[in-house]
Design a binder for this molecule. Structure first.
Ligand SMILES: Nc1ncnc2c1ncn2[C@@H]1O[C@H](COP(=O)(O)OP(=O)(O)OP(=O)(O)O)[C@@H](O)[C@H]1O
Ligand SMILES: [Mg+2]
Length: 259
């Protein structure tokens, strides 16, 4: 279970960032007072335009950055005071994390398994299962620099899941993947959900959110503009699909861009 309460994150901007913004504003509020809960056995989707605050929310949740205000709770562990316990509970995937390209999938996966203090036999068992599922097995001894974009992404997913975490936080897991690989990832997330895991993803792909997520939050300019099941969001916006619901909310908010 994930509980985010009144989360706010403000970044102090560097001189370079202030120059790039062409104004004298010293702070950037990326996330402004958002709250939501994700249950076990649920896939929750964060949808929003570039710069809306999705990655910032997920980074706070994964305890990689400290919220300015508000609290995070993951399976009873409090983000601020019990960060290590929170991190043990979860998998965090983001395209900002880069694998070391000198190593092979097998070496990298074993390395992360050992970081999680897993026994060698369990590492091998989990690694073989995940390698087989994601089609990494034929490339297990290939240097990561020689892998395709999709294979690197699948390896990142394997590495993030090696310790069989209860909570899965995936930032844009299907971005850059072809339709077959993307389906393998979303199918696996459904499997994990059916095992009772708590899953939160961010995505730009409306069809992925429509097919995969039990509930969705549409976030713009650091605020949640709508939250609920697909049907609840359609009822709120008077639309019958997520694309149109999104644009309805976007236009209502004045077409804000926060990039
Ligand atoms: N470390 C930082 N310092 C300053 N500003 C930041 C920092 N990280 C994020 N921001 C700003 O906060 C806002 C939200 O960024 P965030 O990366 O959370 O958006 P996002 O919804 O994930 O966007 P995208 O869809 O492009 O990935 C943006 O305006 C971004 O420029
Ligand atoms: Mg992002």
């Amino acid at each position: 279970m994930i509980q985010i309460s009144n989360l706010k994150k403000t970044f102090n901007l560097s001189k370079k960032q202030m120059l790039a913004n062409e104004d004298k504003v010293k702070f950037k509020t990326a996330v402004n007072n958002i709250s939501f809960k994700v249950n076990d056995n649920e896939i929750f989707g964060l949808i929003g335009p570039n710069g809306a605050g999705k990655t910032t929310t997920l980074r706070c949740l994964a305890t990689l950055i400290e919220p300015t205000e508000g609290s995070i709770n993951v399976n009873g562990f409090e983000g601020h005071s019990q960060g290590e316990s929170v991190r043990r509970e979860l998998a965090f995937l983001t395209n900002e994390l880069k694998l070391d390209t000198h190593f092979t999938p097998e070496y990298t996966t074993k390395f992360f398994g050992r970081l999680h203090d897993m026994p060698e036999r369990l590492i091998d068992e989990r690694m073989n299962h995940l390698f087989d599922y994601f089609g990494v097995t034929p490339f297990r001894h290939t240097k990561i620099s020689d892998l395709s974009t999709g294979m690197k992404q699948k390896l990142s997913i394997v590495v993030s899941l090696i310790h069989n975490p209860n909570v899965i936080i995936f930032d844009e897991p299907t971005t850059g993947l072809d339709i077959i690989t993307a389906r393998a990832v979303t199918d696996y997330l459904k499997l994990l959900k059916n095992e009772g895991k708590t899953i939160i993803i961010s995505t730009h792909m409306m069809h992925v959110a429509e097919k995969l997520c039990d509930r969705i939050a549409i976030i713009m300019d650091g605020d949640i503009k709508a939250m609920g099941t697909l049907d609840e969001i359609y009822a709120l916006t008077g639309q019958d699909n997520l694309d149109d619901s999104f644009f309805q909310l976007y236009n209502n908010s004045g077409g804000v861009s926060n990039v």
